[in-house]
Design a protein around this ligand. Structure first.
Ligand SMILES: C[S@@+](CC[C@H](N)C(=O)[O-])C[C@H]1O[C@@H](n2cnc3c(N)ncnc32)[C@H](O)[C@@H]1O
Length: 228
């Protein structure tokens, strides 16, 4: 498997065996997806939900089980991923947007819940800062922004320790070593993870006052921020 030219093409190809690849390549993937529904505030019933970088819909699918009557907007740069979601969520109230985050005009004061599963590490630090501000404006008061991701700075010394543990995990699941080789090509070309402490600070600067880490296993983390 070789990497493609850009995110859109890369994920069009990645979409083929997406869920099994994620389970085999991302430590704690299932728990990090479950985190989107396990730690929501009590009596929280979001009417309008936006899933940023929906992929094949694993995060949306979890949320739909809890809130089948809600109105969903699913955004992704990859047409193949959107096509998979369209087939998966035929009977629900779902709108689709094929767009890069940077090109998307967020509705103001509109969403009750905005989610992003493993999609923000494709944005560099400046893009994340700008996105957090746009997400804050797009949420209604009491709205929740929840995102799960790898959160580590590639330039910090602890990064090499993470890579060793991660490699052992992937090679246990795909022993021929090819998947790890492809993953590292993908990681070097498309992934810009940031430390969770930096991201918490940027969320604060965007206006969020309640910021929690409901799930954290090393650098595999879910952050939940509330617009109070
Ligand atoms: C690793 S997948 C995550 C999919 C799903 N949310 C999950 O948790 O399994 C990342 C998704 O984000 C999309 N994506 C990455 N960067 C993006 C960007 N800048 N704008 C829009 N979509 C993007 C990719 O096309 C891909 O479908």
């Amino acid at each position: 498997m070789r990497i493609e030219k850009n995110i859109e093409k890369e994920f069009n190809v990645f979409s083929k065996d997406y869920t099994s690849d994620m389970i085999g390549c991302v430590p704690h993937y299932s728990k990090l997806v479950s985190a989107f529904t396990s730690y929501l505030p009590k009596n929280f019933i979001p009417k309008y939900i936006l899933d940023l970088g929906c992929g094949n819909g694993n995060v949306t699918s979890k949320i739909l089980q809890l809130f089948p009557e809600s109105n969903f907007t699913l955004l992704d740069a990859s047409q193949e991923m959107i096509t998979l979601c369209k087939a998966r969520f035929k009977t629900y109230k779902v709108k689709y947007v094929k767009s890069y985050f940077n090109d998307y005009r967020f509705k103001s004061d509109y969403y009750n819940l905005i989610t992003a599963g493993f999609s923000l590490h494709h944005c560099d630090s400046e893009e994340k800062k700008s996105l957090f501000k746009r997400i804050y404006k797009s949420l209604k008061k009491g709205g929740v922004f929840s995102f799960s991701d790898l959160m580590v700075n590639k330039n910090k010394p602890e990064h090499s320790k993470l890579l060793k543990e991660w490699e052992a995990f992937v090679n246990r699941n795909f022993p021929d070593g090819e998947k790890w080789e492809w993953l590292m090509e993908h990681y070097n070309e498309f992934d810009y993870p940031d430390d969770y402490t930096d991201q918490m600070q940027w969320l604060k600067e965007a206006g969020f006052t309640i910021i929690n880490l409901p799930f954290k296993e090393n650098y595999w983390i879910n952050i939940q921020a509330v617009k109070s």
